[in-house]
Design a protein around this ligand. Structure first.
Ligand code: HXC
Length: 286
């Protein structure tokens, strides 16, 4: 983190307030928050359901600027409305929303429980809708803003073991387009970021551990291990499956989130930016 050099003007987001969901586990969402604070944001608010971890991350980020913790579950509309109202009360505005809250694990479609499928739909799809609606009705409808949805390439092909997450991300991409059209006249841009394999993220750890398939305990352990247990395999694989011959970093995603939130992207809406090092170009045809 210390060696990170900003490529943008330090006042790129001067005076802006960002609301970010799903940042309590660190990874790319925490780095997006840090990037916004380092580029002049007046404040960042984190919303995640684990109040303790959400508070810890917000406290750590406070060294870079004003960062508040608003614990809440994106699946519950009342939590979203409360967190948005508290943010407006504390900071006066929400100019940028990053819908990052998501759940995932490897599971075969035949063994996945109905509740497992539903849970991922509710966190990803319903959560994105709930927070977007709360932020739009609570602030952006009158003042404009930017909504950034974190998506994936899972639904671009038939990603085995990902029926739950791929369906959810397809729905999110659809929402990106619809909301861009409905809310464009009110000066709200709605865009998406599609990360490839990003080292140091929970998704990377969970999805790279094939042993964790259909197993909640192993899936959680994969995250706790970070990427260490699979590092050798992933490094080898990465060289073959990514055009740029490396995995992505959380800074690659934070820089994209800075660009999309800023006036540099003022004519970009209803679309996704793919940040995968060219991985989709090399997906195998089986
Ligand atoms: C099979 C599983 C499972 C697993 C949970 N379930 N983990 N099924 N394999 N590994 C099932 C449970 O058995 C249960 O169904 C249902 O899912 C809900 O589980 P809970 O633990 O009660 O839910 P909850 O506490 O709300 O946790 C949600 C979660 C969890 C999604 C299951 O993984 C989570 O909180 N994840 C948050 C962080 C995360 O996953 N980040 C990665 C995002 S990566 P039953 O039937 O037993 O009741 C990402 C990128 C995608 O999105 C693209 C990458 C390329």
């Amino acid at each position: 983190m210390e060696s990170y050099k900003s490529l943008f003007s330090p006042d790129l987001l001067k005076g802006k307030v960002a609301f970010i969901t799903g940042g309590s586990r660190g990874g790319m969402l925490k780095e997006i928050a840090r990037g916004y604070l380092l580029h002049g944001a007046k404040g960042v608010v984190l919303m995640s359901r684990n109040a303790e971890k959400n508070g810890e991350v917000a406290k750590d980020l406070s060294q870079y600027g004003q960062c508040l913790s608003e614990p809440g579950d994106v699946r519950k509309p009342e939590d979203c409305k409360r967190a948005v109202a508290n943010t407006i009360k504390a900071l006066g505005q929400i100019d940028i929303l990053v819908n990052g809250a998501a759940g995932n694990f490897l599971a075969s479609a035949s063994a996945l429980s109905i509740n497992g499928f539903r849970t991922v739909q509710e966190i990803d799809t319903l959560g994105t809708f709930n927070v977007s609606q709360a932020v739009y009705n609570g602030y952006m409808k009158e003042h404009g803003g930017v909504i950034i949805n974190i998506s994936a390439t899972l639904h671009w092909s038939g990603s085995a073991l990902q029926v739950h997450s791929a369906a959810a991300k397809a729905a999110i991409d659809s929402m990106t387009k619809t909301l861009a059209v409905e809310w464009g006249p009110n000066k709200v841009r709605v865009v998406g970021i599609i990360p490839g394999g990003i080292e140091g993220t929970e998704g990377f750890a969970r999805l790279s551990d094939a042993n964790a398939m259909n197993d909640k305990e192993k899936a959680n352990a994969a995250f706790k291990d970070g990427t260490q247990s699979n590092k050798a395999t992933m490094e080898q694989l990465g060289k073959k499956t990514v055009a740029l011959q490396r995995w992505g970093s959380i800074y690659d995603i934070a820089n994209t989130a800075l660009y999309l939130a800023s006036p540099i992207a003022s004519y970009v809406t209803g679309t996704n930016v793919l940040v995968d090092g060219g991985a989709v170009l090399l997906y195998p045809n089986m």
